[in-house]
Ligand binder design. Sequence first.
Ligand SMILES: Nc1nc2c(c(=O)[nH]1)N[C@H]1C(S)=C(S)[C@@H](COP(=O)(O)O)O[C@H]1N2
Ligand SMILES: [Mo]
Length: 201
Amino acid sequence: MTRITRGFHGRRRPDVDPARVPPGQYVTQDFPVLSAGPTPHGSLDTWSFTIRGQVDQPHTWTFDEFQALPRETVTRDIHCVTKWSKLDTVWTGVSLDTLLDGVETSAEYVTAFSDGGYTTNLPLEDLTGGRAWIAFSYDDEPLHPEHGGPARLLVPHLYFWKSAKWVRGLELQPEDEPGFWEGYGYHNYGDPWREQRYAGD
Ligand SMILES: Nc1nc2c(c(=O)[nH]1)N[C@H]1C(S)=C(S)[C@@H](COP(=O)(O)O)O[C@H]1N2
Ligand SMILES: [Mo]
């Protein structure tokens, strides 16, 4: 008869509250890198963040202007469609509420666009209400280029493909348009709690 030896926990994972883990996900301590293409390496001198499209006028911030905006440090759980979740990740960035303050629009949809050509689409509403940031720091360090530095979108309530790395701006749109992965069959919205991985889920 095989018995589990008491006190031998060498392979046990630290306990996590299952209520924090969406269906089909497992918790990892690593921070995997998932990029559809090479890591772009731009200069901070030419970096800018732009809100454009269906707006009264485009709004652009240089990196210095962006850094001067009020910042927030938030601790959030992130969930990748490839099934890893990482709990209590710590980010610093500018809330989209701050960036959208004073932007006049009747648009209901957004396409986030990035260096390298990646895009992802979201309802504008999902970027408001303290639920989304342009993050430039992870774990109190400048965001590593592989993880989207100098800055990435952070929308932790949706699957992590919505959190566009190397983000350079938002295009406000009257109609919803699929982004990069959404065009390859990922779910249009991507709520991890409803397990919306692929179109039709
Ligand atoms: N620009 C860009 N952003 C991106 C991606 C990408 O390929 N390019 N991949 C997405 C996917 S599928 C995931 S899971 C996360 C991975 O972020 P990480 O590499 O920091 O873990 O970034 C998302 N943002
Ligand atoms: Mo992903």
